[in-house]
Design a protein around this ligand. Structure first.
Ligand SMILES: N[C@@H](CCC(=O)N[C@@H](CS)C(=O)NCC(=O)O)C(=O)O
Length: 215
């Protein structure tokens, strides 16, 4: 069976778990010590998760993993067949992984990880700066969300798994999506998180968080 190296509460590990769940691909989630461990550097030159291993093939980086999965597991595609939607989906994946991440990661760190592991309060100035990025990012994502059921309309895509993975981290940092300001975004995430395989992953994560563990 293929191996996914990562930890459940890592945003990019979650992105891949969502993708694998939607594609119906079985895998073993293998926890790995982060923080630049030698073990992880052997798998990923930057010492990051996720890394996916299929046989002898070791694939770092969530976007590369999904691109490979699309080639190998043709069922339940995450890349739209329509070229324009394909481009939009890839751009939303990129936007989530970079710009949304830039705002959401510090909020999760300040409001959850710092309390959990250092017993320290968040730095309000850092949170305020990060929140501005999230707000601007949410304005953009809101403008992209179609009527549904998925971000780009009728078909699930890589945009759904990438954007959802980020907003779940935001929630775990104590901030939900303001449905008054971003109604489409909030409604879409509400629908997405209710998908049975997604809900099962999120339940597991909620239990870990309640226990004060990341994986
Ligand atoms: N572009 C990478 C980003 C991966 C990433 O930043 N992973 C985080 C965990 S969510 C990580 O490994 N952080 C540890 C570190 O940077 O040392 C991807 O899409 O896989």
């Amino acid at each position: 069976m293929s191996i996914l190296y990562g930890i459940p509460l890592s945003t990019f590990t979650r992105k891949i778990r969502f993708a694998l769940a939607e594609k119906g691909v079985d895998y073993e989630l293998r926890p790995v010590r982060m923080g630049g461990s030698a073990e992880l550097r052997q798998l990923h030159p930057l010492g990051k998760v996720p890394v996916y291993q299929s046989g002898d093939l070791v694939i770092p980086d969530s976007s590369v993993i999904i691109a490979w999965l699309e080639r190998v597991h043709l069922q339940h595609p995450l890349y739209p067949a329509d070229p324009a939607l394909f481009a939009q989906a890839l751009f939303l994946e990129e936007y989530a992984d970079t710009r949304l991440r830039e705002g959401i990661a510090p909020i999760f760190y300040e409001c959850t990880l710092k309390r959990m592991f250092q017993k320290k309060p968040p730095d309000d100035a850092v949170v305020a700066r990060a929140m501005k990025i999230v707000e601007e990012g949410s304005d953009y994502v809101e403008s992209c969300v179609a009527e549904g059921p998925f971000i780009l309309g009728n078909g699930i895509s890589v945009a759904d798994v990438a954007v959802a993975a980020q907003y779940i981290t935001l929630e775990q940092g104590g901030t939900g999506i303001d449905a008054g300001r971003w109604p489409r975004l909030a409604a879409w995430l509400g629908r997405f998180r209710q998908r049975p395989r997604i809900a099962a992953i999120l339940e597991e994560e909620a239990d870990l968080l309640a226990e004060g563990r990341l994986g």
